[in-house]
Design a protein around this ligand. Structure first.
Ligand code: ZN
Length: 303
């Protein structure tokens, strides 16, 4: 962020990243409100200590805080953009969003998946068939691939009532560094299942276009990972899309497909949410966007 201009919201300090997500009036109001529900470090520990302030704060935080703070920073940035660009974002709406988001992802750390869900052949639509399912997980955080492998995380968003679909993908190395991130709309998808597969194909395409090759593909849609891992031919109405994804997965090198809980797929999820409000079908960065960076810094599973 440019450090020279004064904050457009409070006008009291230069508009640094720390100011935007920590000391600006709206960021502080959001943090104080969310403290009623979330455990956060004491205010005196949330100080600017130099360019590595994010890493230093996270290094001294508990596992819960390592998860909560990046979400808070991500949302504080979103709130700021909403106020400056649209003039209509509120602290209360951001608190509601964070509590809901946290609840959804927290479930994925503790809830057992019922056997019959998430294991249907793709294309068999039931009320629950398109719902992302949570599974138990040994911890929270993204797991890095071993050096020199790369991991592609993909996620999608689909609103049934409006048939609005979006996707997000991030390619990261063994240090958790993002080599690519991408997001956008999926204007031709008309079901959650189709959107999930399309998100996977978009992610694989950007990885191929950049001449990088992921070795592991992760998604929080168990139905999709099952379909892609299926050896037999898919016979559903989405067979052609499943086939396209499988072809992308084996050329030029084959990659494995793994299911991951939603809480451990948070960067791809945040990118898919960005895709919802994007005007483009495909935006690609050789990094993660600034608003998602805190999530990428904070989601590494501790060794
Ligand atoms: Zn400010």
């Amino acid at each position: 962020m440019d450090h020279s201009s004064t904050c457009a919201i409070c006008g009291s300090e230069p508009e640094t990243s720390f100011h935007a997500v920590m000391s600006c009036t709206k960021a502080r109001a959001l943090r104080f409100d969310i403290r009623n529900s979330w455990k956060l470090p004491a205010e005196k520990e949330l100080k600017f200590t130099g360019p590595d302030w994010v890493l230093l704060i996270l290094a001294n935080s508990s596992q819960d805080t390592r998860r909560n703070l990046p979400l808070l920073w991500w949302r504080a940035w979103h709130l700021r953009n909403g106020i400056i660009l649209k003039g209509q974002a509120t602290v209360a709406a951001s608190v509601t969003f964070l509590l809901k988001f946290s609840q959804e992802t927290a479930t994925s750390f503790t809830t057992e998946i019922p056997d019959q869900k998430g294991k249907r052949p793709i294309g068999v639509t039931t009320p629950a068939a398109s719902t992302k399912q949570a599974v138990s997980s040994s911890g929270s955080g993204w797991t890095a691939p071993g050096d020199p492998f790369l991991k592609l995380n993909v996620d999608d968003g689909f609103v049934a009532s409006s048939e609005e679909a979006s996707w997000g993908a991030v390619l990261r190395n063994h240090l958790g560094e993002a080599l690519l991130s991408a997001w956008g709309r999926l204007p031709y998808c008309c079901s959650a299942e189709e959107t999930e597969l399309a998100a996977c194909i978009e992610g694989l395409r950007i990885s191929r276009a950049a001449r990088t090759t992921e070795n592991i593909l992760e998604s929080d849609c168990q139905m999709m990972t099952n379909a892609l891992n299926q050896v037999h031919r898919n016979h559903s109405h989405l067979a052609a899309v499943v086939h396209d994804a499988k072809v992308l997965m084996i050329e030029p090198l084959s990659c494995s497909v793994a299911f991951v809980s939603r809480g451990n797929n948070s960067v791809a999820h945040a990118l898919a949410m960005k895709g919802k409000t994007s005007r483009c079908n495909r935006l690609v960065l050789e990094d993660v966007p600034p608003d998602v960076r805190p999530l990428a810094l904070g989601d590494l599973m501790p060794d």
